[in-house]
Design a protein around this ligand. Structure first.
Ligand code: HEC
Ligand code: HEC
Ligand code: HEC
Ligand code: HEC
Ligand code: HEC
Length: 395
């Protein structure tokens, strides 16, 4: 979609809703009558910052407010046309179990900021909302001091991070996998099983590592906990601008040789076994993710008894490939969903999805990601009578 197009859509729908709330949230601080300063896009925006009354002396002109708006309008949080916000447009409303993270109104309802009971969605949440200003700027958010993660862990949060952690925690945990497979034999296909995925953009959960319980942890292995990184970069907002969501490269240059996140490396271990220590740690995680997927597909044909193909863009992601031609089998014009899931495959696929559903896990928790990948590969190889040391990968 063209930028201008996207901008127009936001201006019409999200902006109208979001900025009405801005007015509420910021009504106490008079804003400029005309808002030219501080934002190159100001002239294309409607005059939404009219204050209810003066004074209009220059020192009261709220330039930061204007900057916040023009940064936010370019971020994913305001993009009403994205799949994350437009998915329910034809239905008119967002189901309760989805609304907390997919509209500001749902978020406020879930936390009880709209006067309803906290911890559940009580009202009807209309489709079309975005992460509007009042999502993070509701004064009641200060009372939210902990967030219950999908693992059941109650994680203490500061008011600044409560919002981020609510929406970026994903929808599943290692325990979800343990519950689903119960005591089923690990290598026997079971028609009740299928792919379990953690949902999208799960940085708040991945950064907490084993403590947050996001990944499937193999028995007898230990896993890295929260990635504390280094003191000034240990919280969402120490790296992300809360409005543009961008991460300034300068933030990294204090300590790293490059500001390009994907090129940063400190580890002297070649986790992917390539021996290349010049590339970023992200490249090791990518290589081991690819190896895990190859190993999952080998396991499907060799142990689960039916070849599979993986399509990252089409749920439920795995399809049958009985003739092994690398293409999904078709039945009545539709791809055949993979039927031969075993518990071992569910575990490994879930961990693959954990690592690849946070596109910046190499920053948020690189070691946890590498451990989950290593152990999943090792477990599948062992079931095929092979040894992980032959791959050269390191934990
Ligand atoms: C109400 C739920 C919600 C809250 C609160 C929230 N996010 Fe998001 N965030 C989303 C959704 C949904 C997307 C995907 C948006 C899209 O695809 O357009 C997203 C996207 C992002 C992205 C991807 C970059 C982009 O421009 O799309 C980053 C980074 C991000 N959020 C960080 C944060 C941080 C940091 C916080 C806390 C200050 C936060 N989010 C609070 C729901 C939320
Ligand atoms: C804990 C918060 C949370 C809950 C609950 C949640 N989502 Fe999401 N969802 C997100 C975030 C964050 C993203 C943004 C991912 C991105 O695009 O970067 C997202 C993205 C999506 C997308 C867009 C994916 C894409 O391909 O771009 C769809 C569709 C979606 N969610 C559907 C659902 C449905 C259906 C439910 C309820 C059954 C649901 N979500 C519940 C947080 C949540
Ligand atoms: C995802 C959460 C989030 C959303 C959405 C959001 N803000 Fe903020 N905003 C914050 C946080 C957190 C801070 C505090 C930043 C800090 O202390 O460094 C902040 C700070 C501000 C400030 C203080 C000055 C500054 O820029 O640091 C203003 C003004 C502001 N926001 C306005 C807005 C407006 C207007 C909107 C809607 C267009 C908006 N915010 C949307 C999280 C958010
Ligand atoms: C050490 C700095 C740092 C910290 C701390 C950090 N992030 Fe990030 N985050 C990044 C970088 C760098 C990227 C990649 C940005 C890019 O590619 O432009 C990123 C990307 C993201 C994305 C987009 C990736 C995706 O899966 O769509 C989300 C969402 C996100 N961060 C949320 C968070 C949340 C929530 C927190 C707090 C729990 C957090 N981040 C803490 C640096 C950080
Ligand atoms: C105050 C210093 C400091 C700043 C600022 C900093 N880092 Fe780091 N970073 C470190 C340290 C120390 C480690 C090693 C931590 C560990 O492994 O426990 C590290 C590790 C990493 C790693 C993993 C590297 C590897 O090979 O294991 C990545 C990726 C990374 N940082 C990205 C970033 C990004 C992106 C930024 C900027 C948004 C940033 N860092 C800012 C100190 C810093």
């Amino acid at each position: 979609m063209q930028d201008s197009d996207r901008f127009r859509k936001c201006t019409l729908s999200a902006l109208a809703a979001g900025l009405a709330l801005t007015l509420l949230a910021f009504a106490m601080t008079p804003a400029p009558a005309t808002a030219q300063e501080g934002a190159d896009s100001a002239d294309t925006l409607p005059t939404y910052v009219l204050p209810p009354s003066g004074p209009f002396s220059p020192e009261r002109v709220e330039i930061p407010n204007m900057r916040a708006i023009s940064a936010w309008i370019r971020s994913g949080h305001s993009d009403a046309s994205s799949e994350a916000f437009s998915h329910w447009n034809d239905d008119g409303e967002i189901p309760a179990r989805c609304a907390t993270c997919h509209a500001g109104a749902g978020f406020r309802d879930f936390h009880g900021l709209d006067g309803t009971a906290p911890g559940s969605i009580d009202g009807t949440i209309p489709a079309g909302g975005v992460v509007d200003c009042a999502t993070c700027h509701d004064p009641g958010l200060g009372a939210v001091t902990q967030i219950t993660l999908p693992s059941g862990v109650e994680h203490p949060v500061t008011s600044a991070e409560a919002a981020c952690v609510t929406c970026h925690q994903g929808r599943a945990a290692g325990q979800t996998i343990t519950d689903a497979i119960a005591d089923k034999p690990l290598d026997t296909p079971d028609a009740e099983l299928g792919a379990i995925t953690p949902h999208y953009a799960i940085a708040a959960a991945s950064s907490l590592g084993s403590y947050g319980g996001l990944g499937f942890h193999y028995p007898d292995k230990s896993y890295s906990g929260r990635f504390l990184h280094a003191k000034p970069v240990d919280s969402c907002l120490s790296c992300h601008n809360p409005h543009s969501l961008e991460v300034a490269q300068d933030t990294c240059l204090t300590c790293h040789q490059t500001g390009l996140p994907a090129d940063i490396r400190i580890s002297r271990v070649s986790y992917d076994g390539s021996g290349d220590l010049a590339k970023g740690i992200s490249a090791d995680i990518e290589a081991n993710s690819r190896l895990l997927m190859d190993t999952i597909l080998d396991y499907a044909s060799q142990v689960a008894g039916l070849a599979a193909v993986y399509d990252a863009h089409s749920r439920p992601y795995f399809f049958a490939d009985a003739n092994g031609d690398g293409l999904a089998d078709q039945k009545e014009g539709r791809p055949v969903v993979y039927p031969n899931w075993t518990p071992r495959m569910v575990q490994a696929v879930y961990n693959y999805k954990v690592v690849t559903s946070d596109k910046a896990i190499f920053v948020h928790n690189p070691h946890y990601a590498l451990e989950l990948l290593h152990d999943s590969i090792e477990d599948l190889l062992t079931a095929m009578g092979r040894d992980v040391t032959q791959t050269g990968i390191q934990r």
